[in-house]
Design a protein around this ligand. Sequence first.
Ligand code: 3H9
Length: 695
Amino acid sequence: MSPVSTQLTGAVLVITIDHPPVNALSHAVRAGIVQALEAAPANISAAVLQCAGRTFFSGADISEFGKPPQAPSLSEAIEALENAPFPVVAAIHGQALGGGLEIALGCDFRVMDAKARVGLPEVTLGLIPGAGGTQRLPRIAGMALALEMASQGKPISAAKALDSGIADAIAESDLAASALAFAKSKSRDDKRSTGARPNPETDASAVDHWRAHAAKRQRGQKAPLAAIDAVEASATLDIVSGLKRERELFLERMSDTQSAAMRHLFFAERKSAKLPGPRTEPLSLERAAVIGSGTMGVGIAASLLSAGLSVKLLDMSDQALQAGYNRIKTIFQNDVTKGRLSEAGCSEILGRLTATTQYSDLSDSDIVIEAVFEDIEIKHKVFAQLANVVGEHAVLATNTSYLDVDAIAERVANPERVLGLHFFSPAHIMRLLEVVRGKKISATVLASAMQLGKRMRKVAAVSGVCHGFIGNRMLSCYGREAGLMLLEGASPRQIDKALTDFGMPMGPFTMGDMAGLDIGYMNRQKLDPESFEQRAFLVHDRLVEMDRKGQKTGAGFYRYEKGDRTPLDDETLEDVLRAVRSEQGISLREFDDSEIVDRCMLALINEGAKILDEGIAWRGSDIDVVYANGYGFPRYRGGPMFYADTIGLDTVLAGIRANAARFGDRWWTASNLLIRLAESGERLSAYETQSGALS
Ligand code: 3H9
């Protein structure tokens, strides 16, 4: 059945598209629209184009990209709208995104629901608008806004759309009725195709501004600059040549690995939230408690409050509790200051927050998340106290980065309700949530955690239990190689720069200084010394022992001026490096940047493949989701597993084996899965394991 239906209301033809879940502009939709226009009765005065379901068109169908194109193309469908002999009114609710906005711009008028948004998010997929958005939008809204929307990808509100001429009217209540009334007020004489409008005025300063912005804030990404080029062309080229130029730039981006990587992440992020196997009904989690009102507890409580839950915050002292409560209040008050939240919304949210020092107050909690000090004995005590007061089926979560969730669950009655929820700091801002499933977790509890992740607008990925779970276990290998290269002769500055040039937001030594070198130091004290490469952290340890713990003490791998986070080179570090290298009898050598990147990336990939082989991660794409959302891995490289696929698993394996031959195989034993996939020609990022799946 066609997703497109029509209904004649007086002299207005209403064309309705119903293509769940989000009305992507798939082939059947495009064909249906063209057919509806062709079959339109000869005497109609106008038409309305509207969508059923939760949103207007969410854009081109991304799953069709890379497949042979099927006519009519989106551009042809838009052309049919522009060339129709009657005006067409787009009725926009939900979001009009990418091709969705482009199709609306191909209509003669746009009526928007007051809560609707419009945007050109193609850059987030490594693309530029490819169906006229870069040519029609500046003709309607001017260069400055078109440059911003096409290069930044952020949607704008209906109010802003009205202000800028994108929307012609806002419907305060019934969109369908408003759009119909609007269409009835128009006649064939009102036809005013956007493409026929004059060129927008050139705006050189806006072009320069957004180019500079893209170079700085979207470093390494090609799409924002291409989007700016295309919009800039709209000022000088006629519509036909402008559309041709846009098409060329669009196709260049489409064939580039950056877009393949970002499209991979788009689908990976949606998949990671889904559990394999039959759907399990999640629990209704409405009353939450957070133990610990430090930085993590505050961020977690804020995330839960934003998701609509009521939250009880517990800490031992009134003073700590008051400080935590105030920090949560500040988070939401800042949202009000920035116009993201109304005063009434802020009061409603804070009305759901209570503070207590008494465990007995948590008795009615559906879920408790503890965010106390990272020490297993302390966590055991917290869980023991909790188990005494909460219901026997309340979900109990530990916010831990490394600890053994199974060991924590073991001591609790009904261990199937215990899990790890590894939030990243600041927890109300960072998108990643590692959901750690212990051996005994029930499918219901896991499904509930995934749903909670979605409610908190997090990207949730499931990890099995191991030291550091998916993310930090891989990171320790990356950090190990950085530390060893430091010992062998590379400077922190060179290593940091090589990795930021690769696309990481920060190098490992700048990152260590920011997080505090004492945290890793304390963690290492608790580890079996045989379980990690001690030499890689000799310099780190020496620095901590000299009270150089990073930014907070004014020095670590770098030196910092008071109140300034700029890492400065430091003579003392040179002395430490000289001393440690000589104690280790190391003869220095030169590094080039590609060796630095390769060594860190190969370590990351090999460990990721082992994690996948062990069933700690269920999907290669989940690992990519973890790295892109929790560790700043450049999205345009798709995550470590996708990156491995782009270099080729043969090449990856050869690199790992070469490192094993050179540095010994203690840390460089190639993953068996990697060997198997390199042989079979399969992709690491597409690999899915059944091992470890829930029974
Ligand atoms: C473009 O338009 C290029 C043009 O300029 C030129 C072309 C020539 N296609 O996100 P959700 C699926 S590029 C295919 O969970 P929400 C999604 O995978 C496009 N599938 O819902 C998921 O599937 P599943 C520019 C799509 O309510 C399901 O729909 N547009 C598409 O949280 C639900 O998605 C964009 O970049 C699509 N376009 O958020 C917008 N969109 O259930 C992309 C979604 O199997 N989409 N799916 O996992 C979004 O940002 C969000 O989906 C949206 C809804 C905000 C619309």
